[in-house]
Design a protein around this ligand. Structure first.
Ligand code: AMP
Length: 258
């Protein structure tokens, strides 16, 4: 059976009005994204579709979580393909709000966390997680899902959102989903399109090196010797986290420490 095309909402108020018409015994799964969907996103959407009556996908490139304006403006936009991925992944509703709708206060109010968000990606991307937590809180309030799905590829983000939900007594269940990888081991990411073919193969070394090295410092040295510009390799919560540049592209990954 061919899946139905999702219903698209470009208006937050229309979505909120529609949300009120859904009976409380219907379960809703939610997957927030910035679009440029790939198989990693599709795996979250399919998990949500298999565990809930309805799945809501949001596509919003959130300016408050970008440090580099060019990174924000160059963020890939692939609407036609996104709609295909969403349809094939059995998404029911897509929410695509504008900046004005999401930030009627011009970011006067924001949410921040004062410990783990300052480490790893938070160390080199000031205010990044304030932007992430703020937009996720807004989206969760709009969508009011039973479950929300986040990729372990961005484990620091998952952990911060998971703990935010607990801290604020939110009823949503924040669910982690495993990282989808290319055959080379490279974690799938919307940013990978900026790598050359050779770069994509070489980037597979990140996963191999952080998995095989005994110490974070050893992994960092090995990556440097292979031509990566390492931002960090550090261990927290029984996981090893890495951010490294290749061909000017910032790549992140993490693995469980066995
Ligand atoms: P993004 O559009 O990059 O903000 O990602 C939206 C969601 O998809 C986040 O929860 C990401 O962690 C998740 N995601 C991105 N890439 C992957 C991947 N390779 N495997 C699993 N989840 C992913």
């Amino acid at each position: 059976m061919t899946p139905n095309t999702p219903r698209v909402f470009e208006s937050v108020s229309e979505f909120i009005a529609f949300r009120k018409t859904i009976s409380p015994d219907i379960t809703i799964g939610f997957v927030p994204t910035m679009g440029a969907l790939h198989s990693g996103h599709a795996s979250l959407l399919k998990k949500s579709a298999s565990e809930n009556d309805f799945t809501v996908l949001s596509i919003f490139v959130n300016p408050t979580q970008f440090n580099e304006k060019s990174d924000f403006t160059n963020y890939p936009k692939t609407w036609n393909e996104d709609l295909e991925v969403a349809t094939a992944s059995e998404v029911d509703f897509i929410l695509m709000p504008t900046y004005e709708q999401m930030y009627p206060d011009q970011y006067r109010y924001k949410l921040s966390e004062n410990d783990f968000s300052k480490k790893l990606c938070g160390g080199s991307r000031e205010g990044h997680f304030d932007g992430v937590l703020t937009i996720v809180m807004k989206l969760l309030n709009i969508v009011s899902p039973n479950c929300a799905y986040f990729g372990e590829k961005d484990y620091q983000q998952f952990k911060l959102i998971h703990d935010m939900a607990a801290s604020f007594f939110m009823t949503v269940e924040v669910i982690p989903c495993p990282t989808l990888r290319e055959d080379s081991g490279l974690a799938m990411s919307s940013r990978n399109v900026r790598l050359s073919g050779e770069g994509k193969t070489k980037a597979g070394l990140i996963y191999k090196i952080i998995t095989e090295s005994k110490l974070a410092s050893e992994a960092s040295e090995k990556l440097t010797s292979h031509g990566f510009k390492v931002d960090y390799v550090e261990d927290y919560y029984n996981r090893r986290f890495v951010a490294a540049f290749l061909e000017g592209v910032r790549l992140i990954d993490n693995v469980e420490i066995k």
